[in-house]
Design a protein around this ligand. Sequence first.
Ligand SMILES: Cc1cc2nc3c(=O)[nH]c(=O)nc-3n(C[C@H](O)[C@H](O)[C@H](O)COP(=O)(O)OP(=O)(O)OC[C@H]3O[C@@H](n4cnc5c(N)ncnc54)[C@H](O)[C@@H]3O)c2cc1C
Length: 303
Amino acid sequence: MYDTIIIGAGPAGMTAALYAARSNLKVALIEGGLPGGQMNNTSDIENYPGYANISGPELAEKMFEPLENLGVEHLYGFVKNIESHGDVKKVITDDQEFETRTVIVATGSKHRLLGVPGEEELNSRGVSYCAVCDGAFFRDQDLLVVGGGDSAVEEAIFLTQFAKSVTIVHRRDELRAQKVLQDRAFANDKIKFIWDSVVKEIKGENRVESVMIENVKTHQVTEHAFGGVFIYVGLDPVSEFTKDLQIQDESGWIMTDTHMKTAVDGIFAVGDVRQKDLRQITTAVGDGAIAGQEAYKFITEHS
Ligand SMILES: Cc1cc2nc3c(=O)[nH]c(=O)nc-3n(C[C@H](O)[C@H](O)[C@H](O)COP(=O)(O)OP(=O)(O)OC[C@H]3O[C@@H](n4cnc5c(N)ncnc54)[C@H](O)[C@@H]3O)c2cc1C
């Protein structure tokens, strides 16, 4: 029986593990992939206090390293379900079942699909959602980045070190990204913009060759040659496995109070998976710290 099981080893889950373990709880951290979460897909992090610039994988490693010495058990697996039986919760993966007194859900979010013809068929054949993972395969090519938020602009700038040109297509006539990123993108000779426009179709025989783009004001559709398309059009929560607990809003984000408590006693949620305004590493670690501490309080109050 664990005191707390944390599901997901992104910045939120790793910080929750740090705080729970330092309160002497018996902690397991279950992760289905590489510890670090979305940080593993991020080139440069420039807004994490203490570092002017650090790569995502490096920050992930720095967060993960101390956990082992604190006695956090790192278990590999994808959680399929959580059952709440009063004071005992069951966390169920593909092939195992664990018992715990509290659960902290830290499973983050996943990129949203554009949902246009060609996207699925050409996925990994020119269509990508991760500039850090795939950028280097697109040396000297003309690339399209879809989106206008922080991730889109940040990763477009990153891609300019490999690409011949990077075009950002955005459905509005201005970017949503932070001002500092916008200024950097506007000053970069390799970055071009197509405003007020959306992707209608991605075309190519075996690889991406061109993209059909519609101007939402004139409805004119034009074909543009691109060797790759990087898509950053928003996020959806990774929370399907919590459905039976009825702790989600209508879009699937998990609802909590300021103590990170969900509607089910002893179950907490932290980081990107939570209904919140700002999904960043700093806010994820803040949530994690609170939940780690709250799990400790919950256990002392219920024993
Ligand atoms: C391209 C990009 C660039 C970004 N740049 C920045 C930046 O510069 N600065 C910044 O502050 N933020 C940035 N962000 C946002 C930041 O990465 C996220 O806000 C942060 O990682 C959220 O942390 P998290 O721990 O909540 O979730 P995640 O980092 O998403 O971690 C969730 C973890 O849970 C695991 N998981 C999911 N489902 C299960 C399951 N069923 N069972 C077991 N494990 C599971 C996943 O494998 C993953 O490791 C960026 C995001 C992207 C995509």
